[in-house]
Design a protein around this ligand. Structure first.
Ligand code: ZN
Length: 289
């Protein structure tokens, strides 16, 4: 936006000088946006700190998120063992893991901050919006380098724009991010670390998620994506863990799907969730273990 001088005519066309018309309104809006941005920067570390304080719940949660591969003793090395692994786990633990009363830590703190966090007005507003956020898979739809990216939710296809200057330089269209998207006013940010996957994974991750929803519906017939992720968003991380680290490998992706089918005891007969337009040649049922 070109800078408007205080004494220039206001761009709204009122004929008044900018300073007597929209300048105070614009400045107030910018200040509110800055306060929310600051609240994002200060609230997230407080939540991670509170998560680290819940030491008695961490061991079970950590095993669940990492599918039994790591134990709580390894939490301090997880950032080396997996790309930003400790960060990804603690964010999931705060936003997704049900504590003893069935609510997540963020849901508990949104209802009552107690003495675990001290929230200013903006932080108290944000945490209420964040209580419903869960780990989700997104495909990069468009990139404005150095500014922002647009992400398409891989499950419900909704779009959201994310202000992340660093991510906008690293990601390409078609790639996948498994992460928490946190609103702050009318913009969104990436909460903590994102698992960043190659563009060949999006279809398989969708298929993988559909298998989990299908299996989940055996016990919860009315379940939708939100219900599934409230119950077991950690499976998205299990998919990430199964991927090759160095380079894309289509065999690995096929194996993940075959093994998921087998472990969930799904026959390959879908409940109509899998798009039939996308030709999906029926693989034989043998698992590739
Ligand atoms: Zn004006």
């Amino acid at each position: 936006m070109p800078k408007i001088g205080r004494n220039d005519p206001c761009p709204c066309g009122s004929g008044k000088k900018y300073k007597h018309c929209h300048q105070p309104i614009d400045e107030a809006a910018q200040a509110a946006k800055r306060r929310l941005r600051n609240a994002f920067d200060t609230l997230l570390p407080q939540l991670i700190g509170a998560a680290q304080g819940r030491t008695e719940a961490i061991p079970t949660a950590l095993e669940r998120f990492w599918n039994g591969k790591y134990t709580a003793e390894q939490l301090s090395e997880l950032d080396d063992l997996e790309d930003r692994g400790a960060d990804r786990f603690l964010t999931w633990f705060a936003f997704d893991y049900p504590q003893e009363d069935g609510r997540t830590l963020v849901e508990q703190l949104a209802a009552d901050p107690g003495d675990e966090v001290t929230l200013n007005e903006e932080e108290a507003t944000l945490i209420k919006e964040w209580a419903s956020v869960r780990l989700r898979p997104y495909v990069v739809e468009s990139v404005e380098k150095g500014l922002r990216i647009t992400l398409r939710d891989l499950l419900d296809s909704s779009l959201r724009t994310v202000e992340d200057h660093a991510a906008s330089k690293r990601v390409k269209v078609g790639e996948v991010l498994v992460t928490h998207i946190l609103p702050a006013g009318d913009v969104n940010f990436i909460g903590g670390a994102a698992a960043h996957l190659t563009d060949d994974t999006s279809e398989k991750l969708r298929e993988f998620s559909e298998l989990h929803l299908e299996a989940f519906r055996r016990d919860h017939p009315d379940a939708d994506w939100t219900t599934l992720l409230r119950a077991r968003s950690e499976v998205l991380n299990h998919f990430v863990m199964a991927l090759p680290v160095e380079e894309a490998d289509p065999t690995v992706l096929e194996n993940i799907i075959a093994q998921t089918r087998a472990s969930l005891q799904l026959t390959g007969e879908s409940l109509g969730l899998i798009k039939s337009s996308e030709e999906e040649p029926k693989k034989d049922e043998e698992s590739a273990s």
